[in-house]
Design a protein around this ligand. Sequence first.
Ligand SMILES: NC(=O)c1ccc[n+]([C@@H]2O[C@H](COP(=O)([O-])OP(=O)(O)OC[C@H]3O[C@@H](n4cnc5c(N)ncnc54)[C@H](OP(=O)(O)O)[C@@H]3O)[C@@H](O)[C@H]2O)c1
Length: 261
Amino acid sequence: MGDLEMFSLKGRVAMVAGGGGAIGSALAEAFAGAGARVAVLDRTQESLDASVQRIVAAGSEGLAIVADVTREESAEGAVAQIVEHFGSVDILVNAVGGGAGKVLHPAQEYPRADWDWIMELNLRSTLVATQPVVRHMIERGHGGAILNISSVRANLGINAGYSAYVAAKGAISSLTRQWATEWAGNGIRVNALMPTFVDTPQVASLLADPTFKAGIVGRIPLGRVGETRDLTGPAIFLVSDAASFITGQILGIDGGLTATQ
Ligand SMILES: NC(=O)c1ccc[n+]([C@@H]2O[C@H](COP(=O)([O-])OP(=O)(O)OC[C@H]3O[C@@H](n4cnc5c(N)ncnc54)[C@H](OP(=O)(O)O)[C@@H]3O)[C@@H](O)[C@H]2O)c1
């Protein structure tokens, strides 16, 4: 195999939970361009249709599945549908999450309802989507690759009422290491991307505040926030054979932000 061929996802089947979202749909399109067939899961048919169009335009085959990955039976049903349609699941991306900017509260008053919502959206969604995929991978015996989406907030505090989000993302980074350890014997690699702000609709209202944005950009050595395209190359790398000896790693996609702390 030539060195560049190691980055190819030809013959692989990827499941992208949150594949109708900003980051999920960008990763789904990128994986399609690298040769994978891609099943995208999200809550609305509309977001999925747009994502499948991008997968097809990138030269591959897509499958849209409306699912709620905080519900076990919904995630299990989706995995069964992908296996029936494409024959397997080789790659999983957990791109459901976010919500941080919508529920900002002082830590000493963080209300339980918002805490539970952020945990459900970020942490439970990652767990519930992963379990049936890994049961399938272990049963099939061919290994696989999982990519979680953490955040620099797993490692860095921020003076903006983010308690629940930092806790959820910290847990996702910890689970990435735990799962990598637990499933290594099954040939399943587990890594995570750890982005700083990525210019997406989720953070548009935060970044629309010029003072807030200037504060963020001022701390990033490369002098800008991220774009979804900053995530696609690293994601392809981590789920491909080029990273076959890499597991349990949390890769900062942050313009050098965490290097300065
Ligand atoms: N954007 C950033 O700056 C940034 C930075 C660091 C990390 N991240 C992380 O990257 C991930 C993706 O973020 P994003 O900006 O792409 O967010 P996004 O555009 O909101 O994408 C998330 C997608 O997941 C869907 N979803 C929510 N709950 C679901 C459920 N229970 N079952 C199935 N689908 C569900 C959402 O649907 P609805 O729209 O219907 O809710 C949305 O389409 C998140 O984990 C986020 O924390 C983002």
